[in-house]
Design a protein around this ligand. Structure first.
Ligand SMILES: [Zn+2]
Length: 217
């Protein structure tokens, strides 16, 4: 095994998985999905289908329900209103420490499998203010995990400095545009594919897609 990809079932992680598979081959890539009480457990269904689509035989779904016991997020409850408190750095869709938990668990599995890379589809460019999507956090976490495990794992975040439009372009180049467009779930309200069109995740995705189409003409 070469890499473990954190696979949420959305646009970013699906495109990251496609990139990783094109680099290493499906039989050398594993995927891990986390259930942390998303109101739309549908995400996990999409992640499973994507793993099958990309012929990933080693796909693990890990339950992290404890995150709901220690924090609050609009993503934990179906139908929650998405908002940003005045002065808050990020909207109430933030799941505190999510990527830190994900990266540690994915790295532990990577070590078990003998894989040297952990891939994650986070981006600093289309930043919602989530602190654990930033490059500074990622590199610091990488150092900590190497020390914690005494294992030279490398974190690969191919979209860290890419916009959604650039991500769509990569998907097209890899020949997976259709899969990413129709078989992923990014919407906060749990509407697959193009989504509800209204929530912040859908608006970001749509804007990126339109930019991508405009640049293609
Ligand atoms: Zn939506």
């Amino acid at each position: 095994m070469k890499a473990v990809v954190v696979l949420s079932g959305g646009q970013d992680s699906a495109t990251a998985l496609a990139m990783c598979v094109s680099r290493h081959g499906a039989d050398r890539v594993a995927a891990i999905t986390f259930g942390y009480g998303q109101s739309h457990a549908l995400e996990m269904k999409y992640a499973r289908a994507l793993a099958r689509r990309f012929a990933i035989s080693r796909h693990k779904v890990l339950r992290m329900g404890f995150m709901q016991d220690i924090s609050e997020s609009a993503l934990f409850r179906r139908g929650s209103r998405i908002s940003r408190r005045p002065g808050a750095k990020c909207p109430n869709t933030v799941v505190e420490g999510r990527n830190a938990f994900f990266l540690l668990a994915a790295s532990v599995w990577a070590k078990t499998l003998g894989a040297g890379e952990v891939w994650i589809g986070v981006s600093e460019a289309d930043f919602s203010g989530y602190p654990d999507c930033r490059e500074g956090f990622l590199r610091s976490m990488e150092r900590s995990v190497r020390l914690a495990l005494d294992y030279g794992v490398k974190f690969v975040a191919p979209f860290m400095h890419k916009t959604k439009a650039e991500e769509w372009r990569i998907a097209e180049r890899l020949g997976v545009l259709d899969i990413v467009e129709k078989e992923t779930l990014t919407c906060y309200r749990g509407v697959p594919g193009r989504g509800c069109g209204k929530c912040p995740a859908c608006r970001l995705r749509r804007r990126g897609y339109e930019e991508f189409l405009a640049a293609r003409q």
